[in-house]
Design a protein around this ligand. Structure first.
Ligand SMILES: [Zn+2]
Ligand SMILES: [Zn+2]
Length: 178
């Protein structure tokens, strides 16, 4: 146990204080502003698969927009170039918006996949905030199974529904259920 100075209470070591949720959360990784909640060891796989679908959606829609785009590729790939073309009167405002939307989609896709890659790598190394010190000595497969596995094996990772396999699990006393 340690004393959480913000909750003014004794807190188990597995719990970390979240300044946004304003409570201590069991096995917390980080606070996700998109989801509006803390991501924990138990919700990590569902967060990752949700992020994966989101990243794929960004790429697919970006590429569809791109293949339909009547502008030179350099204008589309680089939003500042598109802005320059618009200010010098070469392209219309609607084409500028079009170029920014494509940029946003492709950049979001790259950012999401970069973040997911970082999470998988750190989960394999046992270096995510909720990992135990012993996790660093475990093999990458064991660490990945501890985060992405479960009673249904890797099916728990593919089905983004946290109730599967966790019905009997009770959160530690005083923790926030996420
Ligand atoms: Zn706290
Ligand atoms: Zn939080």
């Amino acid at each position: 146990m340690y004393f959480c100075t913000r909750c003014h209470t004794d807190t188990p070591y597995e719990m970390r204080h979240c300044p946004v949720c304003n409570t201590c959360v069991a096995e917390r990784d980080h606070h996700c502003f998109m989801m509006g909640t803390c991501i924990t060891r138990h919700s990590m796989k569902h967060f990752m698969i949700g992020g994966f679908y989101g990243g794929v959606a960004c790429f697919v829609s970006g590429v569809i927009f791109l293949s339909d785009c009547p502008m030179p590729r350099t204008v589309v790939y680089l939003a500042p170039v598109a802005l320059g073309y618009y200010l010098s009167g070469v392209i219309s405002f609607s084409k500028l918006v079009y170029a920014f939307v494509i940029n946003m989609m492709l950049c979001s896709g790259v950012t999401i996949f970069g973040f997911l890659l970082h999470q998988v790598l750190f989960a394999a190394l046992g270096r995510l905030p909720f990992c135990d010190p012993e996790d660093k000595a475990r093999s990458a497969v064991q660490n990945l199974m501890r985060v992405f596995g479960g009673p249904w094996g890797f099916l728990n990772f593919l089905v983004p529904y946290s109730a599967f396999g966790y019905r009997k699990m009770k959160p530690p006393t005083g923790s926030k259920c996420v």
